[in-house]
Design a protein around this ligand. Sequence first.
Ligand SMILES: CC(C)(COP(=O)(O)OP(=O)(O)OC[C@H]1O[C@@H](n2cnc3c(N)ncnc32)[C@H](O)[C@@H]1OP(=O)(O)O)[C@@H](O)C(=O)NCCC(=O)NCCS
Length: 277
Amino acid sequence: MFDKHPSTHRGYPRPALDSAIDVRPLRRGEEAEWHRRIGHPSVDELSAALAAGEERFHVARCGPRWVGFLAGVRRGASFRVHALRAAHGSARNALILALSRLGPSEIRTGDPELAAALRLHGFRQSGCEVLVGRSLRADLPPAPARLTLRPAREGFGELVRRVLVGAPGRADVARLCGARPDGVEAELGGRPAGVMLPERDGVVGWLALVGLVPEVRGRGLGRELHAAGLAELRRRGATVYRDRTDENNLPMLRVFAANGCEVDGVEHGFIHDGVQP
Ligand SMILES: CC(C)(COP(=O)(O)OP(=O)(O)OC[C@H]1O[C@@H](n2cnc3c(N)ncnc32)[C@H](O)[C@@H]1OP(=O)(O)O)[C@@H](O)C(=O)NCCC(=O)NCCS
């Protein structure tokens, strides 16, 4: 039987597409126009991104007119939408459906309106992360009393794999388990107990992973390990700490709070497989 609205969400029909609207990546030569309308990033940054072949910027056009803009950042397998602006609903629909053509990416957004629109278009919610942050200039929590820290050694990838057992929402296992010369191992009584993966971009630092093997969890060691991670990030030159964890990871959320981190917001993740452009 013909189903008029095959992917309805709570009774709303899937938004219709206006075939007059075309969404495509920003092209070289259009940087100044984008900058004039959106204000950021700079023309030079746009040119560099386009020269590097990065598909981070898209425009929706209706004939010669620009009717919408989409900017994001690809990180690993996910595409985080920074801004989606549209002159009207049809342009927004076209931009959202363009997101489903960005490859096998998970779409991430902290904007509740865009999250609602993605659901309406049939995107499947894959998770929700809580974003936290704190200054690394302020006093840091006390250094570990029980854990001993050392640089990653042979077998680090296997230790990372054990640490990821039971960690909610970690889809990036392969990346985390790969060779990590900058990783840090924690020992308890001479045995491997945990890992942390400090990463930094300019002044902003984060821990791509902080975790303990299952046998030693629940004894307050997570707080110690995370405190050591903050100190390590500061030692490596970061002055601001920003991190995230799955909304269901209560132990990690408690560790963040205990070590002086404040919640900055949430970020929803969506998978677009099965969405018909
Ligand atoms: C997240 C993790 C590092 C926390 O370390 P931990 O040593 O287990 O946690 P702690 O013993 O320090 O406890 C931290 C808080 O969580 C609470 N908690 C711990 N386990 C809990 C559980 N299973 N259910 C509910 N609360 C729990 C503790 O009561 C404590 O709360 P409090 O500060 O209010 O007393 C650890 O559980 C872990 O390695 N998990 C797997 C990897 C992971 O998820 N890493 C984070 C994502 S990158």
